[in-house]
Design a protein around this ligand. Structure first.
Ligand code: FEO
Ligand code: CA
Ligand code: CA
Ligand code: CA
Length: 655
């Protein structure tokens, strides 16, 4: 998330201050970004090489020469012919001419058939636990029936990332008694998690099927979640309410996610540290909690709920920061936190099946100077037996990425007993490695990145795209993050080698290159790089999420484009051929909203977008909103909502 502009610096706060609602993304907790002299020299060389590489290879090169047998880029695709929407501030949403953008569901709308109507002045945890949660993020479209590619009926799985009480409750005040504040906290907890809604096209229009037995809320308040994998049952996951260390109530800060090939959804727990109060120095988990960024609370929950106070319940913090697997097709299923995938600020969990039948899951760790990870399963995905894949994500190898200036990258295994991940560095089992994945990655020599957000695979080419949303604190570049004070972010393309004609996401050596460097290309100092035909409206800043259509064209959504200038947007570009990297602006969000979760139906005739935190300026009073989209009702605050984009003629989006 990046909902802040001009907030009090998180750096200046001590642990006793609730930042409400800071952007902790502005904090770096990786002290390994302080480079040595030799690293500085190398970084300078790398930066020159990388920038030279951009120019010399016209941006579209593989940065080095060692890569052989890589997937060929997909063949030339249909030209994106829509008329670009202008860079501007919007009160509502704007989509390219010839397209339609409808609101499907808003925060507070019914999910469970028994849910009461939304009443902003009379909210309760009980009501919210049956209603659509707040601040929608990741979207997965799961066709019905299971296993089909139906594009007219399916389950939409929606993450609810966070809440801001001052924007949520008309009666919220900073100083409230416990008895006043607790009901609001419980309502916030019920607004987190995920919504699963059945949706269908009825007479050409998408609708929520309000009576569907699939409809479900998973919340922070009341959903029991199992813990599996190497950290399950470990002492460091045991708490006073769960001496087993194998189950936890709730999932937190569900950002982006992924879909497994057996039809489950992965939801990524991201900024979980913001929910806990207390001082890491007064816990037995000091090093771990400081490295994750605990001690800078965004929420006051821990003042009133002991499990969110790290001095009272230090292990509770180790039960968040994981990837959670949910089976949306079984309303009674218990979600599972898969600890083998590591614990960090997971942005996403993107799956790819490998030529040998194993599965890779990619994830970024969204903070300044953090890393990119992947997990490769030990066993093979069984396409013919869904049940056989049930615990596939519990065994395998977690890797962290190192980028080199020759255009190669290496995936470094985070395996207890290998390299520095041993007793002398206070790792005593794989549980310690996954709980402190960041420290393990640092010891292995991972490359500190410029805030890795989404990592997605292009199904046509097998290449992998990493959204690096920016890093204004970078003082020295490295090969993959060459710009200091990187305000606008960039996109990197990873190129796995091929095996049996398919991209091998299990390989440990890839090539990599830049896809684009964000910013305004008219500004000579920006370092922005795109296709030379970029228009005044086509350049972008702060890429966050992306998806691909059936032609392998990328659709990028942004979070935090220049606030004084224009709304966040969706851009589309071809990824191969002569128009590669020619981003074009397709859709604008309302003021102060970011756009999350872009996803197509299998037929590409519908694009779903999650509009998160419209009109969210928390520095202003509840009543003073920059926009009241989508209701435009003075009695209602702006509401995060899902938007459905279709082409007026019913054809494929982008045709
Ligand atoms: Fe929740 Fe990194 O965005
Ligand atoms: Ca973001
Ligand atoms: Ca967000
Ligand atoms: Ca994001």
């Amino acid at each position: 998330m990046n909902i802040m502009t001009g907030q009090k610096s998180a750096d200046s706060n001590d642990a006793s201050t609730i930042l409400e609602f800071p952007n902790d993304d502005d904090v770096a907790t990786n002290d390994s970004n302080c480079p040595s002299i030799s690293e500085l020299i190398q970084a300078s060389i790398n930066r020159r090489q990388a920038l030279h590489g951009l120019a010399a290879f016209g941006l579209f090169s593989i940065g080095g020469t060692w890569v052989t047998g890589v997937m060929p880029a997909a063949s030339a695709t249909t030209r994106l012919s829509f008329k670009e929407v202008p860079h501007r501030h919007e009160m509502g949403v704007r989509v390219a001419d010839g397209y339609n953008a409808d609101v499907l569901i808003r925060w507070g709308d019914k999910v469970i058939p028994t849910a009461p109507d939304f009443n902003v002045d009379d909210q309760s945890a009980e009501a919210q636990a049956q209603q659509f949660g707040n601040n929608n993020d990741f979207l997965a479209f799961m066709p019905l029936p299971l296993g089909s590619r139906n594009s007219d009926r399916g389950l939409l799985c929606v993450n609810h990332e966070f809440t801001v009480p001052s924007l949520m409750f008309p009666n919220y005040r900073r100083e409230m008694t416990a008895s006043e504040r607790l009901p609001l906290i419980e309502t916030e907890m019920a607004a987190h998690g995920q919504s699963i809604i059945e949706i269908a096209k009825v007479r050409g229009k998408w609708q929520v099927m309000q009576e569907s037995s699939y409809n479900r809320r998973i919340t922070m308040l009341q959903t029991e979640i199992a813990i599996s994998g190497p950290a399950a049952g470990h002492d460091r996951l045991r708490t006073s309410t769960d001496p087993s260390g194998r189950k936890v109530i709730g999932t937190l800060n569900n950002c982006a996610g992924g879909v497994t090939p057996w039809g489950t959804v992965l939801t990524a727990e991201e900024n979980v540290q913001g929910y806990f109060v207390g001082d890491p120095l007064k816990t037995p988990e000091t090093r771990n909690l400081k490295r994750f960024g605990f001690g800078r609370p965004w929420f006051d929950w821990g003042k009133h709920v002991d499990r969110f106070h790290i001095e009272k319940e230090p292990h509770e913090a180790n039960r968040f920061g994981w990837v959670v697997e949910i089976d949306p097709y079984d309303v009674n299923s218990t979600p599972v936190k898969r600890t083998a995938l590591g614990r960090f600020k997971h942005e996403c969990a993107t799956c790819a099946v490998n030529p040998d039948g194993t599965l890779t899951v990619y994830s970024g760790d969204d903070q300044y100077f953090e890393y990119i990870y992947k997990f490769v399963t030990k066993d093979r995905f069984d396409a013919g037996n869904r049940e056989a894949n049930r615990d596939l994500l519990d065994k395998g190898t977690l890797f962290v990425a190192r980028f080199d200036a020759d255009g190669s990258m290496t995936w470094l295994p985070l395996v207890f007993g290998q390299g520095p991940l041993r007793e002398e560095n206070d790792f005593h089992s794989q549980a310690d490695v996954v709980i402190e994945a960041r420290r393990a990655g640092q010891l292995m020599g991972a490359t500190p990145m410029d805030r890795p957000e989404d990592v997605e695979t292009n199904p046509n080419s097998g290449r992998v795209y990493v959204m690096l949303t920016g890093n204004k604190k970078r003082k020295e570049g490295n090969a993959a993050n060459p710009r200091v004070a990187n305000y606008h972010g960039h996109i990197i393309e990873l190129v796995p080698p091929t095996s049996r004609g398919k991209a091998d996401h299990a390989a440990t050596r890839y090539g990599w290159s830049f896809f684009l460097m964000g910013g305004n290309p008219v500004d000579d100092q920006s370092g922005a790089k795109y296709h030379e035909g970029i228009s005044d409206n086509g350049w972008l800043s702060t890429p966050d999420n992306c998806t691909f259509d059936n032609q392998g064209r990328i659709w990028i959504s942004t979070d935090g484009q220049p606030k004084s200038g224009f709304s966040d947007s969706v851009y589309a570009a071809e990824t191969s051929g002569p128009r590669r990297g020619l981003t074009r602006c397709f859709f604008n969000a309302p003021k102060q909203a970011e756009i999350c979760g872009p996803v197509f139906t299998p037929d590409n005739k519908t694009l779903f977008l999650a509009i998160q935190h419209p009109g969210d300026d928390f520095r202003k009073p509840y009543t003073d909103r920059a926009t009241r989209w989508p209701d435009f009702n003075e009695g209602l605050p702006p509401r995060s909502s899902i938007v459905v984009v279709t082409k007026n003629d019913g054809d494929v989006v982008g045709s």
